[in-house]
Design a binder for this molecule. Structure first.
Ligand SMILES: *Cc1c(COP(=O)(O)O)cnc(C)c1O
Length: 383
């Protein structure tokens, strides 16, 4: 059996080496390192893949979120609602822009924003909602959009973990994650579902005026050379990363299918183990490898009546990497404490941080590895 890794980027690289190496070499030969043809090509390739009018590439996913919020003209003191259970980048940029983060609880089955908690958190100061499509599947966007429309709020989708996932409306219509709200933000960090070989990110929108505003913001607030109309930032996707992404984008659906296939095998292996809850896939009655609603950035179990931290140690001792995403609710992080919060409002997140464990998930998982991982976990549970 090959050594198990949490994320294995080497096998994927080996498979497309013959395309990756010359395309990187070509960028170097042409010296178009910044804003070169590869960047423009990637922008239009991604627009086409997502079925969205505008993609604005930028330096990373955190910048993408920040720039999206700047583009919407949010002002200090505006309240922005997001989830307590996500990576810190989401709340960080809200705070950095001197907006007021308002954290809300998530659902215990799909780990995404809880609609009742969202409704309860709205005040006259609320200006935006940031649903995070955690672990690879969309939040309940139909409900989020309905609430946003009724309350005149912007919606910024944090799509760093769900690129390529589809969201299925009740009427059966499908759209790509990140293209439903006013604006979507994603990351091409190497371990994400579409990862480059360094840092990268992108913003998506169907709004022409917003796209124009954002194109200026990423480039020092310039709409005409050396005319700085607004305060901007410097956030670029470099040409080498764009070349890598152009080479990988045609494989994204296949990569996501490999993740789904691994998830299906994990779930099947844990069937009937009462102390393990396998991930719920929305719009599906069961995890299937033919659908595209969950792209498994992470495969995250919940354990009940099992010492999760002891299980983590046990797996590590058996050379099985695993992760706890996320071990601390954001509302309890020093940087984001707020006296207005009430512990009772975070019951689900407070429990999830104790129960969750994410298993190795990438495109190169082999059957014997999955078998070893699942049998080691089941043996531990049965003592
Ligand atoms: C990775 C991630 C980000 C940030 O992306 P970077 O490219 O690392 O800046 C933001 N939000 C979520 C949910 C993420 O998983």
């Amino acid at each position: 059996m090959k050594k198990i890794q949490m994320v294995d980027l080497k096998g994927q690289y080996n498979d497309i080496k013959d395309v990756i190496n010359p395309t990187i070499q070509e960028v170097i030969e042409t010296t178009a390192f910044v804003n070169g043809p590869q960047v423009h090509k990637f922008q239009s390739n991604l627009e086409q893949y997502l079925g969205v009018k505008h993609v604005i590439p930028c330096a990373n996913g955190t910048d993408a979120l920040q720039i999206a919020m700047m583009g919407l003209g949010l002002k200090p003191g505006d309240e922005v609602i997001t989830v307590d259970f996500t990576f810190a980048a989401t709340v960080e940029v809200i705070a950095l822009l001197q907006l007021t983060p308002v954290l809300v609880d998530v659902n215990e089955d799909d780990f995404n924003i809880n609609i009742e908690a969202l409704k309860k958190a709205i005040t006259p100061k609320t200006k935006a909602i940031v649903p995070v499509h955690l672990f690879g599947q969309c939040a309940n966007m139909e409900a989020v959009m309905e609430i946003a429309e009724a309350n005149n709020l912007f919606v910024i989708e944090d799509n760093a973990q769900a690129i390529g996932a589809n969201y299925t409306y009740k009427n059966g219509e499908k759209v790509k994650a990140g293209t439903i709200g006013n604006v979507g933000a994603t990351s091409f960090f190497p371990s994400k579902n579409l990862g480059c070989y360094g840092d990268g990110g992108a913003i998506f929108t169907n709004d022409d005026a917003l796209a124009h505003t954002i194109r200026g913001i990423v480039n020092h607030g310039m709409y005409e050379r050396y005319h700085h109309d607004v305060v901007g930032v410097n956030s670029r996707l470099d040409s080498i990363q764009a070349a890598v992404l152009n080479a990988k984008l045609p494989h994204l659906d296949t990569y996501n299918k490999s993740r789904q296939a691994a998830a299906t095998k994990y779930t099947k292996a844990f069937e009937g183990i009462s102390s393990i809850t396998t991930p719920k896939v929305n719009n599906c009655n069961e995890i299937c490898d033919t659908c595209d609603c969950h792209v498994f950035h992470q495969y995250t179990l919940r354990v009940k009546g099992v010492d999760r931290d002891a299980l983590v140690k046990h797996l590590q001792a058996h050379d099985i990497p695993c992760g706890v995403y996320y071990p601390i609710p954001l509302h309890l992080q020093k940087a984001y404490l707020d006296s207005r919060y009430n512990e009772a409002d975070f019951a689900v997140t407070n429990q999830l941080v104790k129960d969750v464990i994410s298993l190795p998930m990438h495109t190169e998982l082999e059957d014997d590895q999955i078998e070893h991982i699942t049998s080691t976990i089941i043996k531990f549970i049965h003592g």
